[in-house]
Design a protein around this ligand. Sequence first.
Ligand code: PMV
Length: 332
Amino acid sequence: MIYKKSYAAQLISLNPPAREFAEAFAPSNIALCKYWGKKNLDLNIPATPSLSISLADRGTKVQLSIAPRNSLSINSKNITEESPAFKRTFDFLELFMAKNIKLAVQSENSIPTAAGLASSASFFAALTIAIDKLCNWQASLQTLSCLARLGSGSACRSLHHGFVKWLDYDDPFKSYGIPMNVRWEELRIGLLIFDDKEKSMPSRQAMLHTQNTSPLYQAWCNNSRTDFEVVHAAIKKKNFQTLGETAEYNALSLHAVMLSARPSIIYSQPETLKAISKIHALRQNSILVYFTQDAGPNLKLIFLENDLECILEDFPRMEVINPFSRVDNVES
Ligand code: PMV
């Protein structure tokens, strides 16, 4: 069994910081086929393959500076040392930094911080790129993706724009986000935010609980492997209906397996179910709109640009994201 620190040390040489300040941005990503459960808890090796779409310029900017003491601010709010976010951030940084080096971490999200909007993915991805710059590792994106994965599994997919897959290899050195060479200019993601407060149960805890207590968990893993293959092929062929149907099914079966955990985990709220009914009614009227849902009540709609006007009539407050609006790499 390799532990986090020796794993990190096999990927990069742990130099002291080469400069006083570094900053980096990474996009949020939304899984179209979900990561839920691990083969290796310490190194965040996933039980199943997953596939996501990054949200272009919606994500997290992290600034890192050498400081007299450790501090963390998120969206200009100071986070106390006792809070879980502080501990998680500095436990991660300690994998790479000597104990005598203290850091001020400032992070700004252009997406709500919790409620299943995957901000921990963009945070740990941006933090990893910023450390790479601070310490002048000049590591490859594969290496940075492996390191970001130690902070939050899904962060390994936020090292790239566009569609990104993360395969379920047992080998921790092969467990990184792989960008797909597909641009789908007409694809849109709509954010329906009903609640931007902290999640009722963080995803890392909820996935462990599901894995440990749901009698349906193995069945979910088997289905999800098939969903991954279908989603992957649908993206390559640009078959929107198959992509949408399978992504929606994958999310609903994820929430079904959470319902079957003991005690059950329920992230949906009344607004979630009302919106799902409206989405299904739109589909009855031949508007191809689908949704996905993560560890929170909010929904992310998946549709093509042509249908935007019709969908906005039902969801006027939806935030619309064009995932292919950027052409550069995350690191640049
Ligand atoms: O990476 P974590 O531990 O925040 O888990 C992410 C879990 C989901 O967002 C629900 C699914 C996914 O693949 O992003």
